[in-house]
Every structure is written in structure tokens, then in C-alpha cells.
Design a protein around this ligand. Structure first.
Ligand code: NAD
Length: 340
């Protein structure tokens, strides 16, 4: 079976999802919907993706600058089995009405509240929960990173308590209207919503989070303190668990990766699409075990980490793979993410 896919909302996440879907052997990208003409719209046309008008988009505005329009988003929705909504935060909920009217399945992103969909999803954590579902929410970048780590740790050891501080990037690289450009902004909601969001995937995980926003565009960093009821024997055992799991990349101390700048430089040298880094980035010398207490940092490339998960969500909804491991293997092979 080839699942026909639409992408509604063609920004940071939408354009990456479109490229990823176009690479899948069991999916067909039918078209993308965009509100305004822009360099991103012109790239979609250059790639041969049929371009549809999202929301209040004007056909004249696109055609005036030489960008052909294939129709309205409603026309696109009639041609597909599933739509990936990648509109801005909270807009997905409004768009949900369109998808219901079209009678098609829908995937939402983490900027929507959990009740927008039947299940909140992470491929390593709860692939089975999305199997056959009509609506799925792929959790946010931070929640994806934490859920992947939780999938590794909770499947091997019992976690008594987990505190994570989320050091958040202020904006994506192309966003010029967000900040701060100088200063550190504590998030005064304590605990922050991220821990609660992880519990939409792991309902019983005793995790709490706090967050600060810092002036960088490259990546988020999580500072994790996990207290185990029954800990790993040593830090090497914990690191081996991460290393042997897909979508984790461990940097050795000899590699000279001091922080997020070198992670992104590594990504540029590696040269996957857009120089993205879709794995959780861990530093071997940034992990410690002290009795029952484990500490580790992880870097999260916010622009790309949810892309493989979105592809796996489609595969789970349409039962295209025998299990999560098979789906992850196909997704990672096609996207160029190295196996463990
Ligand atoms: P974005 O602003 O980069 O892109 C959104 C696109 O949707 C824009 O092109 C916008 O013009 C378009 N749009 C506006 N109204 C629309 C409508 N009614 N219908 C269809 N399209 C519309 O946003 P983004 O960063 O790609 O975020 C999309 C979703 O992904 C959000 O839920 C966000 O929380 C989530 N997410 C973002 C990141 C990130 O770091 N950027 C990471 C993970 C998840």
C-alpha cells in the first residue's frame, strides 16, 4: 500500500516533513499547502511539489510572482489518505475541522494541545499506541528528546525521579522577530509544561522540568538528573544503552565537541538534508553516575528531531510496518540517519 500524504503548513517543520515523506518507499507526497508566496514556496515548486493554497492564501499573489497553484487546500485533502498539519501553534486545532470534513486522517505537531488527537506519539516509546489511529499528535521537539531518553532508561531500569532543566533556543535560525538576543529568560511556569507533556507519552514517569530561554538558534540542551530505584551498574552501561538505540548519537571526549556549535558543525560536515541533526546528541564526558543518581546532557536540534517521528506516525496509523523497530529502520535508512 502507498499512503497518499498532504502537508498543510510549509514552514520549518512542514518543508522537512514533505522532503522526508517524498523519500519513503510506502508513501507518496501529493502536495503541500502554503499561505503566502515566499522563497520556501518557490523551493517547493522547484522540487516539483504541487502547491496548494492554505487558509486565506491568494491565488493571484502566487501567480503574480510566477508560482503555479494547483488548487485550494480542500482540493488537496480530497486526494490524500492523511494530512500532516504543520501550521503554527494552535492553528492545527482550527484546521482539524477541515480534515474531519474531508474524512481523512491527520497528524498534528507538538504546538497543539494533547486533546487535538487520540494519542501523543513517540516512535521509540509508544509506536503501538498509534497503530490504526485516525488522529495522532507528534510531541514537540523537547518532549521528543525526553521521550526517546525515557524509552531507553525506563525499559532497562526503574526510575524513581527525573528532573530536567530545558535550556531553550530563543528562535529558529530564520526567525528574526523572536528573542531575546541578549539575556536569559526564566520560564515562570514551575514546573514547566514539558514534563507534563512527556507524561502524555509516559503517563507514570515521575518527571518534572524547568526551562530557561537563551539567545541561540542552534539547539536546545537538556540538563538531566535521574534518580533510579535500581541504577545501571556504571555510567558505561547507561551510555551503552543510549549508544545501542536508534536516533542517539554519542560524541566521545576525543572529538572536541564542546557544545552545540560543534554538533551543528558535525551536522554540516555530515551533510544530511539541510544539514539537520535528527538524533539526540549526547556527550560521553557529559554523563555521570553517582550511586542511584545519573546525570547527562543532551542536545536537541529543534528544527529536525520530530521529522523521523512524523514519518513513523504515518506508518503506524496505516499499519505499514510490523512494529516500531521496522518503521524506524526504514525511516532512518531513507533519511540517512546512521543505525546504532
Ligand atoms: P512555522 O511558522 O515555521 O511554519 C508554519 C507555516 O504554516 C508557515 O509557513 C505559515 O505561513 C503557515 N500557516 C499559517 N497559517 C496556516 C493555516 N491556517 N493553515 C496552514 N498553514 C498555515 O512553524 P513551525 O516551526 O514549522 O511549527 C509548526 C508546528 O510544529 C507547531 O505546532 C510547532 O509547535 C511544531 N514544532 C516546531 C518546532 C520548531 O522548533 N520550529 C519543533 C517541533 C515542533
Amino acid at each position: 500500500m502507498t499512503v497518499r500524504v498532504a502537508v498543510n503548513g510549509y514552514g520549518t517543520i512542514g518543508k522537512r516533513v514533505a522532503d522526508a515523506v517524498a523519500l519513503q518507499p510506502d508513501m507518496k507526497l501529493v502536495g503541500v499547502a502554503k499561505t503566502r508566496p515566499s522563497y520556501e514556496a518557490s523551493r517547493a515548486v522547484a522540487k516539483g511539489y504541487p502547491l496548494y493554497l492554505a487558509a486565506d492564501g491568494s491565488k493571484e499573489a502566487f501567480e503574480k510572482v510566477g508560482l503555479p497553484v494547483a488548487g485550494q487546500v480542500a482540493d488537496l485533502l480530497r486526494e490524500v489518505d492523511v494530512v500532516v498539519d504543520a501550521a503554527p501553534d494552535k492553528v492545527g486545532r482550527e484546521n482539524a475541522r477541515l480534515y474531519q470534513a474531508a474524512g481523512i486522517r491527520a497528524i498534528f505537531q507538538g504546538g497543539e494541545k494533547p486533546d487535538v488527537a487520540e494519542v501523543s506519539f513517540n516512535a521509540l516509546a509508544n509506536y503501538e499506541a498509534a497503530r490504526g489511529k485516525h488522529t495522532v499528535r507528534v510531541v514537540s521537539c523537547n518532549t521528543t528528546g525526553l521521550s526517546r531518553a525515557a524509552a531507553v532508561l525506563t525499559s532497562r531500569w526503574s526510575v524513581e525521579n527525573w528532573e530536567a532543566t530545558i535550556v531553550r533556543r530563543a528562535a529558529d535560525p530564520a526567525e528574526t522577530k523572536r528573542g531575546p538576543i541578549n539575556g536569559i529568560l526564566p520560564t515562570f511556569q514551575l514546573p514547566s509544561h514539558h514534563g507534563l507533556d512527556v507524561r502524555t507519552v509516559f503517563p507514570k514517569l515521575p518527571i518534572t522540568t524547568a526551562a530557561v530561554v537563551v539567545p541561540t538558534t542552534l539547539m536546545h540542551v537538556h540538563v538531566n538528573h535521574v534518580r533510579f530505584a535500581t541504577p545501571p551498574r556504571n555510567v558505561a552501561e547507561m551510555l551503552a544503552a543510549f549508544r545501542s538505540t536508534p536516533r542517539f548519537h554519542l560524541f566521545g571526549s576525543w572529538e572536541g565537541v564542546d557544545g552545540t556549535p560543534q554538533v551543528m558543525e558535525f551536522a554540516r560536515d555530515r551533510g544530511l538534508g539541510r544539514n539537520d541533526f535528527m538524533e539526540n546528541a549526547l556527550w560521553e564526558n557529559g554523563a555521570q553516575l553517582d550511586g542511584k543518581d545519573a546525570y547527562f546532557f543532551q542536545g536537541i536540534h529543534q528544527e529536525s528531531i520530530v521529522i523521523p517521528e512524523t514519518v513513523d506516525a504515518i506508518r503506524a496509523m496505516f499499519d505499514l510496518a510490523p512494529d516500531g523497530a521496522h518503521s524506524i529502520a526504514i525511516t532512518d535508512r531513507t533519511l540517512g540517519i546512521p543505525p546504532p
